[in-house]
Design a protein. Structure first.
Length: 58
């Protein structure tokens, strides 16, 4: 799968907390939920979409 395809797949995900859109941060390997104020990590290319695993954006 190409990097472009991976990016489109990541952008298709929604926040499990707010059901809002996520912003992909390639540098930090995270998916940012502005609405919830949290960032979901991407580990080994797999988004970890668990609120308990997300970091606060404070």
């Amino acid at each position: 799968m190409t990097t472009t395809a991976n990016r489109h797949m990541l952008e298709a995900l929604v926040c499990p907390e707010t059901h809002g859109t996520l912003r992909y941060d390639a540098e930090r390997q995270e998916l940012i939920s502005e609405g919830a104020g949290i960032a979901y990590p991407i580990r080994n290319g797999i988004p970890v979409m668990l609120v308990d695993e997300a970091r606060s954006l404070d």
